[in-house]
Design a protein around this ligand. Structure first.
Ligand SMILES: [Zn+2]
Length: 44
């Protein structure tokens, strides 16, 4: 386990994880938007 304190906050850690996972670019699987940083952006 990596201590969350290493990232400063959970949100930062999550952001870093996203960058690692989708470093080649990411699009929403539902609407193919690149605004995946916005949670539930296409919920409606
Ligand atoms: Zn979407």
């Amino acid at each position: 386990m990596i201590p969350l304190d290493a990232f400063g906050s959970e949100s930062v850690a999550a952001d870093l994880l996203q960058q690692v996972r989708w470093r080649d670019g990411v699009s929403c699987p539902r609407c193919h938007s690149d605004r995946t940083a916005v949670l539930n952006h296409c919920k409606a």
